[in-house]
Design a binder for this molecule. Structure first.
Ligand SMILES: *[C@@H]1O[C@H](CO)[C@@H](O)[C@H](O)[C@H]1NC(C)=O
Ligand SMILES: *[C@@H]1O[C@H](CO)[C@@H](O)[C@H](O)[C@H]1NC(C)=O
Ligand SMILES: *[C@@H]1O[C@H](CO)[C@@H](O)[C@H](O)[C@H]1NC(C)=O
Length: 240
């Protein structure tokens, strides 16, 4: 259910203060933000001129509760483009509210970020997928959202966007085409797929019946939880 804490963990002033604090500490003015999925923190390693902030040192920032889970924001430059990387993210099933989970995204927006890349280790459901394939998200199904667990529930602040956002083009077609083109140049096409990502709350992995339901609903991959996204079922059981 949509709870009070989901809708108002922070005021616009809190978001602004955190943004201003960060922009005061760094000369980077990122245009691209990357949320690094589990084990994908290395995406930040290729950046130059890096500056790192631990989540616990950033005012208002949620702090990872999981021991040994790295949590830092890395600013850096990749080919003249200023970027910010989130190493370590927050999951609903660890006890964060959706407001906390999405807090960094609003900070990115206020910083002037124009392009957000989200990456994950997630579970393949589409029977054509192989372990290790990379799926470009073309659309998603927000299952918890159907039941009122949605970060946009609660009073709307127009400074972040309109009340009833259109979702028919949530994932940029141009960026998807770019990834496919670059993948093809790098001869990676055989393991790059396009598909629909399904968000579930976790923490348990899906039962076989649930995975079968997600397949029927048109999902190609599913994710929510931290750690390696092992397959806990055989695809043959799901498609049977
Ligand atoms: C940012 O720097 C300005 C100028 O030094 C200062 O007035 C302001 O309080 C700082 N803001 C934060 C949130 O640290
Ligand atoms: C991709 O494959 C083509 C044809 O085999 C080859 O000419 C090209 O050098 C390869 N490109 C990369 C980036 O490996
Ligand atoms: C996948 O990434 C999204 C957005 O960064 C995050 O909310 C979700 O928890 C991640 N899921 C997994 C399985 O890592």
């Amino acid at each position: 259910m949509h709870t009070k804490e989901n809708s108002c963990c922070c005021s616009f002033e809190d978001y602004k203060m955190t943004t201003e604090w960060l922009l005061n500490q760094t000369n980077h003015r990122p245009k691209v933000a990357v949320i690094c999925g589990s084990a994908l923190g290395l995406l930040a390693d290729g950046a130059t001129n890096k500056q790192t902030f631990r989540y616990q040192d950033i005012p208002n920032f949620p702090v990872s509760t999981v021991p040994g889970h790295e949590g830092c924001l890395v600013f850096g430059t990749i080919e003249d483009t200023s970027c910010v990387f989130m190493k370590g993210h927050f999951h609903l099933c660890e006890g964060y509210s959706l407001c906390q989970v999405t807090f960094p995204v609003r900070i990115f927006k206020l910083m002037g970020v124009e392009c957000l890349l989200v990456t994950n280790a997630s579970g393949g459901i589409c029977p054509d997928f192989k372990v290790g394939d990379i799926m470009i998200i073309k659309d998603h199904i927000n299952l918890p959202g159907f039941a009122g667990q949605h970060p946009l529930c609660g009073p709307n602040d127009e400074r972040f966007g309109i009340r009833f956002p259109c979702m028919s083009d949530a994932y940029s077609k141009d960026l998807r085409t770019l990834v496919l083109d670059v993948g093809s140049e790098l001869n990676c096409s055989r393991f790059i797929r396009t598909g629909v990502y399904c968000m579930v709350s976790g923490p348990n992995f899906e039962t076989i019946a649930e995975a079968r339901m997600l397949l029927t609903l048109g999902c190609d991959s599913v994710g929510k939880t931290r750690g390696d996204r092992r397959m806990c079922f055989c695809l043959s059981d799901v498609t049977r």
